[in-house]
Design a protein around this ligand. Structure first.
Ligand code: NDP
Length: 256
């Protein structure tokens, strides 16, 4: 159990988009937050202020999830000292693997370099960042991998991205099985198309794409970050304590 009553969640890529909304919803549920960002320090600090205004503690730390050899150093030399200094503990409770980038390229045009970049950001991070994180997590916590509706919906031009997310969904089940003895729950949340900066704002800024996806969605619109954050936050509460090893699609009924 945590050395403190307040649980702490680590959300990667929480400077904007879905990660920001997850962090805010987690704070509304009474959790303290460690946010990471890749380069947008200013936006990450704004999220910290928003969380502090809700009444929870938060800190934003730089982390490039594509740099696997640096994970151990991040935990040992950055995260743990920050936890000790600001939260008076050396452990946290929930990990949300959210940081990520996309790629819209037909299968025949996707390069090895692009494939490897998606592999590092999504799958290698889901595997080895989680492995390092678990050394510093309390039992009875949880892990949420953010995957994608594209593991179910076949959308041409998404093969490299979608196979990484599919692998993460398989990993979710293996981790849930192997971490059950620590009472750590592992789930995947698979958002449908959401209006964020993701993929150059592809869903938000391209009116044609936006309208087409809306027309394919039972609820008649594309998703917003606020559609997803509350679901992730729920999984990190006792109300979600019996949900384990699941892929939960949050897409408004896209392409059913
Ligand atoms: P955004 O582009 O809005 O935000 C991406 C976030 O990830 C930012 O905080 C960014 O930090 C961070 N980030 C990007 N690359 C790295 C990296 N190499 N290392 C660390 N952090 C990084 O994306 P979304 O919020 O839309 O996407 C979040 C997750 O949701 C992703 O995993 C994505 O695959 C998934 N998803 C998104 C969907 C959508 O339609 N938007 C649909 C389904 C899944 P910084 O601000 O510093 O650049």
């Amino acid at each position: 159990m945590s050395t403190q009553d307040t649980k702490i969640a680590l959300v990667t890529g929480a400077s904007r988009g879905l990660g920001r909304d997850m962090a805010i919803n987690l704070a509304k549920k009474g959790l303290d937050l460690v946010l990471t960002y890749k380069s947008d320090h200013q936006s990450a600090n704004k999220v910290v202020s928003e969380i502090e205004n809700i009444g929870q503690k938060a800190v934003a730390l730089a982390l490039d999830v594509s740099q696997q050899p640096k994970y151990a150093t991040f935990f040992e030399q950055v995260l743990i000292p920050e936890l000790k200094a600001r939260f008076n503990t050396s452990k946290f409770d929930f990990l949300i693997n959210n940081a990520g980038t996309g790629l819209s390229k037909p299968f025949m045009e996707t390069t090895v370099t692009e494939f490897h970049e998606l592999f590092r950001v999504h799958l290698e991070a889901g595997y080895f960042f989680t492995q390092q994180a678990l050394r510093h997590m309390n039992d009875h916590g949880g892990i949420v991998h953010i995957t994608s509706g594209l593991t179910r919906i076949i959308y041409p031009g998404s093969s490299a991205y979608a196979v990484m997310k599919s692998a993460l969904e398989t990993l979710t089940k293996y981790q849930a099985k192997e971490l059950g003895d620590r009472k750590i729950r592992v789930n995947a949340v698979a958002p449908g198309a959401i209006e964020t900066d993701f993929n150059g704002g592809y869903v938000r800024d391209n009116a044609q794409v936006n309208a087409r996806i809306a027309s394919l969605t039972a609820l008649g619109r594309v998703g917003l970050p606020t559609d997803v954050g509350s679901v992730v936050a729920f999984l990190c509460t006792d109300q979600g304590q019996w949900i384990n090893a699941q892929r939960i699609e949050v897409s408004g009924g896209q392409a059913i």
